[in-house]
Design a protein around this ligand. Structure first.
Ligand code: 8X3
Length: 253
């Protein structure tokens, strides 16, 4: 058992997930950090503990039913906060030539991953008596863009999932909150999208004076999760100052 409220963070091995895990531990949560890459999680937990926080690494794959069941069994008590962060984008191909496998993978991680983990942890969330589910969406969840069809479709579906869940949980002590970040520069998001092509990844942020960083979104996660429990921030849209809209990005050449 544990005295601190438990927060489960998926996709915690890097980016927004890792930053959220660090921030929530600093906020006093016992963070269950989960992702596929066990060695990254171990390093993160060591870092959190060195800073005086509590964290536990549980390696799991949100695309695998048995793995998610094992994650739920490894959680040591009621869950106060679930951050569904695992997911991401693959490719920037037009619909005309987009790879079906990429679309399937994006749906499986972003949408079905959120579904699997949420279903598996709902009993533990209920048991806490005052729980919060955060879904990390994207501005692509409401604005598609050229080449982003598969990603936007998955993120739109996550919004549908979060909205439906909020309706279905009405009357139970579990709030559902969607955070939709715009341009966030993390070490891996664009690198993964472009299959390791560092030049293409860097071009996404070219000339943008100050894109958001993972810690900015972790700050939002912390804020929504620490409001009084009757306050449900349904949806929080967050962009860098330089991005007025999906296509309106101020770049200094
Ligand atoms: C990331 C934002 O603009 O790449 O979710 O879709 S974008």
């Amino acid at each position: 058992m544990t005295d601190s409220p438990i927060a489960v963070v998926t996709g915690a091995s890097s980016g927004i997930g890792a930053a959220s895990a660090r921030r929530l531990a600093a906020d006093g949560f016992h963070v269950i950090a989960t992702a596929r890459r066990a060695e990254r999680l171990t390093a993160l937990v060591a870092e959190i503990e060195a800073a005086g926080g509590r964290a536990t690494a549980v390696a799991a794959d949100v695309t695998d039913d048995a793995s998610v069941r094992a994650l739920a069994e490894a959680v040591p008590g009621p869950v106060t906060l679930l951050v569904n962060n695992a997911g991401g984008a693959l490719g920037l191909d037009p619909v005309e030539s987009g790879a079906i496998a990429d679309w399937q993978r994006m749906y499986d991680t972003n949408v079905l991953g959120t579904l699997r983990v949420t279903q598996a942890l709902l009993p533990a969330l209920d048991a806490s008596g005052a729980a919060t589910i955060v879904v990390i969406g994207s501005t692509a969840a409401f604005t598609p863009y050229e080449g982003g069809g598969g990603y936007a479709a998955a993120k739109h579906a996550q919004t549908a999932l979060a909205g439906t869940l909020r309706l279905e949980l009405n009357g139970r002590p579990i709030r559902v909150i969607e955070i939709d970040p715009g341009m966030v520069r993390t070490e891996e998001f664009s690198l993964t999208r472009f299959d390791g092509d560092a030049a293409r990844a860097a071009a996404v942020y070219r000339g943008v004076a100050e894109p958001l960083v993972a810690e900015d979104i972790a700050d939002c996660v912390s804020w929504v999760a620490t409001r009084p429990h009757h306050v449900n921030v349904d949806r929080l849209v967050v962009r860098p100052l330089a991005q007025a809209a999906q296509h309106k990005v101020h770049r200094v050449e």
